[in-house]
Design a protein around this ligand. Sequence first.
Ligand code: FE2
Length: 238
Amino acid sequence: MSESGFKVHALELGPMENFVYLVEDVSTRRTAVVDPAWDVDSIIQAAGKLDLHITDILLTHSHHDHINGIEGVLNQVSAEVHLLKPEYEFWQHELDKPRLHHGGDEISLGDSRIKILHTPGHTPGSACYQLGNEIITGDTLFVFGCGRCDMKGGSPEKMFQTLKAMKERLPEDMLIHPGHNYSVKKSSTLAEQIEGNPFMHYEDEEQFIHYRMQVHDKTRDEPYASLSKQQLKIANLL
Ligand SMILES: [Fe+2]
């Protein structure tokens, strides 16, 4: 059990290696499902096995592979859906009384506090959820990677600013839980990402944009591994 009284359980589900997380408040058993998708029965069964009571659904963003289990979960349990207001406006999807948040808001889950960070770049209203020294990052930050910025609503400029702010403001020992299992490891610390995530090596916005939009997908494959600044320099010369 973590000192702050919560646990993060990861389920890898579906054809796109999505991570669905169960965030448990240990003292009350209240539980939030982050990005319910693909296999609702597995989500409900995992919660049942751990004796968890799902009361909340947290969305990191509105892409299909992160939300296609919302309805299925709501058919089985009564839960409040949380997302950032700019993502709700971007999505333009009908939800029954969602809780719309602004960046910096906190959600209470029993005795645990979950802080929502607004982290645009992959989509306009992408969110990360921070609990104590752990953070669920959706498709903003992957282990040794970051989300695409070339889809509708994506912005490499915003992604650069988002990752810069995360690098500067979050503690280096923070544990990162990404939205997909695209790497050689399932979670990582921020320090390890600053060291080996190519998207965290850039100081210059234009160079970051060029790498994200033109170079990255041609020079790297999954599973993503650590890439030093030197290796990144070489990749950019290809
Ligand atoms: Fe996505």
